[in-house]
Write a protein that binds this ligand. Structure first.
Ligand SMILES: Nc1ncnc2c1ncn2[C@@H]1O[C@H](COP(=O)(O)OP(=O)(O)OP(=O)(O)O)[C@@H](O)[C@H]1O
Length: 233
């Protein structure tokens, strides 16, 4: 049987120390398989971003089990977390582009962490993927000269340029109007299919739920439902 790419079992997580210690995730169980697009919804403070950061290896989970691509990240060392981070692509609400770098240079940064391509090859690959997302004419534009939707497309391109097996997206459409938001998620869906990568996306944006294979819902630190997508229902 196919192994899950992300396998979470009885996961608990806490913030703070001593008397201020507060549990924010309670006995989370979730399996996500290769190529799935899973959307996580839930009210503010319910723990969505915390799960995303734990899966991404941005912090170490406290108890239970969290296996990503077969590697246990619960109680992982910082070195193991650094390794795990390199295997993911990240897309955030604020595009997080470097304003002093062009679109092409920003996308090259997504390849630099892997460190095994020459500069010429990196630039060639970055230019190719930017052209695929319709930004072939904007390679040398700085972020200040791009629209919100274009900036987010550059950010998506940067996250996907190294063919990550997993893409983690936190509110990728929050800063966009509905048309740009739709274009951005369509693009994520298309590239995910082409590269057969798995996407875990947090969103409050009801307009984009239809791209999900599965929707999971967080409530007060627990996973309250784990449902099929609107299409499949
Ligand atoms: N670094 C931190 N230190 C202490 N508490 C934190 C920290 N990060 C998050 N929390 C707390 O953990 C809980 C879950 O936060 P989290 O950001 O995961 O929620 P969320 O569902 O992503 O919310 P939102 O939709 O508003 O982004 C909240 O009670 C929050 O206050």
């Amino acid at each position: 049987m196919q192994q899950p790419v992300i396998h979470i079992q009885h996961l608990n997580h806490y913030f703070g120390e001593g008397e201020l210690r507060k549990q924010v995730l309670f006995d989370i169980n979730l399996e996500i398989f290769a190529g799935e697009i899973v959307i996580m919804t839930g009210s503010s403070g319910s723990g969505k971003t915390t799960i995303l950061t734990l899966v991404g290896g941005l912090r170490s989970a406290h108890s239970g089990s969290l296996k990503v691509l077969g590697q246990e990240l619960c109680q992982a060392t910082s070195q193991q977390l650094v390794q795990a981070r390199r295997r993911n692509g990240y897309i955030f609400q604020a595009h997080n582009l470097h304003c002093s770098l062009t679109a092409l240079q920003n996308v090259c940064m997504g390849l630099e962490v892997h460190g095994n391509l020459s500069r010429t090859k990196m630039q060639h690959r970055a230019a190719q993927i930017l052209a695929e997302v319709g930004l072939g004419d904007c390679l040398h534009y700085y972020p200040d000269n791009l629209s919100g939707g274009q900036k987010q497309r550059v950010a998506i391109t940067r996250a996907l340029v190294s063919y990550p097996q997993i893409v983690l997206a936190d509110e990728p459409t929050a800063a966009l109007d509905s048309k740009s938001g739709r274009n951005v998620v369509n693009l994520m869906q298309q590239i995910a299919q082409e590269q057969s990568c798995t996407i875990l996306m947090v969103t409050h944006d009801n307009r984009i739920l239809d791209i999900a294979d599965r929707i999971v819902h967080m409530e007060d630190g627990t996973l309250s439902s784990n449902t099929l997508s609107l299409d499949a229902a």
